[in-house]
Design a protein around this ligand. Structure first.
Ligand code: ADP
Ligand code: MG
Length: 629
């Protein structure tokens, strides 16, 4: 037997529970109280139509509702049950998984019909076998399959082999590798589903049945059909073995012994049947609690049935429970009991894992392998020799030559490519260097321009200062000259003459006597203020520079002159027309406050910004700078 090693991973799964309701039989004249909704919900109606008055008004109904993984109404066929609830589980068996399907229900609820079925409506056992053999037939791998089956019954807590004509009592043993096994149980190798069906029919005919009130041929025993699929995956030195087990269990009726209306031997049967079923119910109870509250004692050992089903209930098996129920109203209590257990079974968890093992190869197998390897080696040697001889022929040489020249061209192209890349790199470096140089030069030029601009400004300022100095000096000289002229004591005529000699025209000559006239004018229009000439000096200024110099006289000037020079120099004084214009000279400037150049004298300093006229005031003893206007 191959040794099976434990796989690394286990997958936890819950027990799948399906409920199947059989149709009402012709014998039954009862009322149909079972309703199936949405293929999941089962509703058991209150069987009592004539309820007591009190129950009615207090709304004490016996109606019950349950939900399961699958629920099948009476018109469903066995194939429907198979497709929806166990087909996927069965296909797992071929891949090394264990599966258990058991039918649970009261006598006459349709367990045997569901598991075995009829010719026209084959049961789950038959359909499962068909699936397994179909899979093997369609498998494309080189794997070898071996299907074996055993069929036993547990009757009165004794195990019988249904495949043996007259089977003795069989015992249960615990195997460290395979778990619980029935010692001496016959395992038959089968090659087709038909063969198993034959065996099933023979076995079923050997089952202990009896007619009870519940059923004409009520099975008084629990029948377990076990199918083992062994799959050998062929490899060179070790072959992997996958083993899947499918247990299909047709249980005896779950009703109480007294309900079967039997006595004597029958009652004893009923009690033992119930012992197994009671143990099964207790196991289901405990396993359900275990899921909810943690660890709980599960009484597997209380009956042979539970020991056999141990793996299916909580171990390495994907388990499906088919709860069968009758729709008849007189079966209400059985139906409710069955559904209660089925509901509890929903909580049970199992942990499935693949049964994978390896088979140690026999010495003769090694010999065979060595032989085949030697054959392979000699074949390869021959092939190699052929290839070598082909290489030695001329066309091949030419081919090699072609390849060599092609390789040469390729290497040359590669080296050229590399050289070109190097050159490009160099060019890039040079360009970068030039770029850097240009940038530095540009920076220098920028700096130079900035410096130059700074220099130009300074020079201009210096020149202006120099010019101011020159102006000042000239004015000083003029004043001295004027003083000198005045000191000579010349009269107007002499003065005019002297001036004409020097090319100077004295346009106006005003004496102190004209002051009175000026006083009058002051009141009529813009002119010198109460401060007289001082104010005049404020009004008339030279305009050469933003900083203006105002001429003021400390003493009252006896003469105020207006001079004009023919020279290109613009040192020509001018004054308001009302001044020194004895003969109504104001008309000369159109009676306005404008100078000869048209500038507005009354606008004071600001007006003279762009004109180059000047007032020369005699007897100016000092020149004071009073700052910019
Ligand atoms: P159990 O094995 O639970 O004691 P059986 O399978 O023997 O019950 O069924 C009891 C009776 O009901 C049988 O006569 C069977 O033919 C009938 N029966 C059960 N299920 C169906 C069904 N789905 N369709 C028709 N008849 C059924
Ligand atoms: Mg039966």
């Amino acid at each position: 037997m191959p040794s099976i090693r434990a796989p690394a991973t286990k997958k936890a799964t819950t027990l799948t529970v399906a409920v199947k309701c059989r149709p009402l039989t012709e014998k039954e004249r009862g009322r149909d109280i079972v309703r199936v909704n949405n293929n999941k919900e089962v509703v058991i109606l209150d069987p009592d139509l004539s309820k007591d008055y009190l129950d009615r008004i207090q709304n004490r109904t016996k109606e019950r509702r349950y939900a399961f993984d699958h629920a099948f109404p009476p018109e469903s066929r066995n194939s429907d049950v198979y497709e929806r609830s166990i087909s996927s589980t069965i296909s797992g068996v071929v891949h090394g998984l264990n599966a258990t399907v058991f039918a649970y229900g009261s006598t006459g609820s349709g367990k045997t019909y569901t598991m075995v079925g009829t010719q026209g409506d084959p049961g789950l056992m038959v359909l499962s076998l068909h699936t397994i053999f179909n899979f093997i037939k369609n498998d494309k791998s080189s794997d070898e399959f071996e299907v074996t089956c055993s069929y036993l019954e547990v009757y009165n807590e004794v195990i019988y082999d249904l495949l043996e004509k007259s089977s003795g009592h069989l015992e249960l043993r615990e195997d460290p590798e395979q778990g619980i096994i029935v010692a001496g149980l016959r395992c038959i190798k089968v090659n087709s589903a038909d063969k198993i069906l034959e065996l099933l029919n023979v076995g079923n005919s050997r089952r202990k049945t009896d007619s009870t009130d519940a059923n004409e041929t009520s099975s008084r025993s629990h029948a377990v059909l076990e199918i083992t699929v062994l799959r050998k995956q062929k490899k060179k030195y070790r072959s992997q073995v996958i083993r899947g087990k499918l247990a299909l269990v047709d249980l005896a009726g779950s009703e109480r012994a007294s309900e079967t209306n039997s006595g004597g031997q029958k009652l004893r049967d009923g009690a033992n049947i119930n012992r197994s079923l009671l143990a099964l119910a207790n196991c289901i109870n405990a396993l359900g609690k275990q899921h909810k509250k943690g660890l709980a004692y599960v009484p597997y050992r209380n009956s042979k049935l539970t020991r056999i089903l141990k793996v299916g209930l909580s171990g390495n098996s994907q388990t499906v429970m088919i709860a069968t129920i009758s729709p008849a109203d007189n079966q209400y209590h059985h139906t409710i009991n069955t559904l209660k257990y089925a509901d509890r079974a929903k909580e049970i968890k199992t942990h499935i894992q693949k049964n994978i093992g390896t088979v140690d190869t026999h010495v003769s197998d090694y010999q065979r392998m060595i032989d085949s390897l030697q054959t392979e080696v000699s074949q390869l040697k021959t092939q190699l020799a052929e290839k070598e001889s082909q290489l030695n022929t001329k066309p091949t040489e030419r081919h090699v030559d072609d390849e060599l020249s092609w390789l040469n061209i390729l290497s040359q192209e590669t080296s050229e490519n590399v050289q070109e890349r190097i050159n490009l790199q160099k060019a890039i470096f040079e360009l970068e260097e030039t770029n850097l140089r240009n940038r530095t030069e540009l920076q220098h030029l920028d700096d130079g321009i900035a410096k130059q601009q700074g220099m130009t400004n300074t020079e201009l300022q210096y020149e202006m200062a120099m010019r101011d100095q020159v102006i000042h000096n000239q004015r000083e000289t003029q004043r001295n000259l004027w003083n000198l002229v005045m000191g000579l004591g010349l009269d107007e005529k002499q003065m005019l003459k002297l001036a004409a000699k020097q090319g100077i025209t004295i346009e106006d000559w005003t004496t102190v006597s004209s002051q009175q006239k000026m006083g009058q004018e002051r009141s009529t229009g813009p002119g010198p203020g109460p401060n007289g000439y001082k104010e005049m000096a404020h009004t008339y200024c030279r305009e050469e520079h933003h900083s203006s110099y105002y001429f003021t006289s400390n003493g009252s000037p006896s003469t105020y002159m207006r001079l004009s020079s023919r020279s290109s120099e613009n040192w020509v004084g001018h004054r308001r027309s009302s001044f020194g214009s004895p003969g109504g000279t104001e008309d000369r400037y159109n009676g306005s406050n404008r100078g000869p150049c048209g500038c507005n004298q009354s606008d004071q300093v600001a007006t003279f910004v762009n004109c180059k006229h000047m007032v020369l005031q005699p007897n100016v003893s000092n020149v004071s700078e009073i700052g910019p206007s």
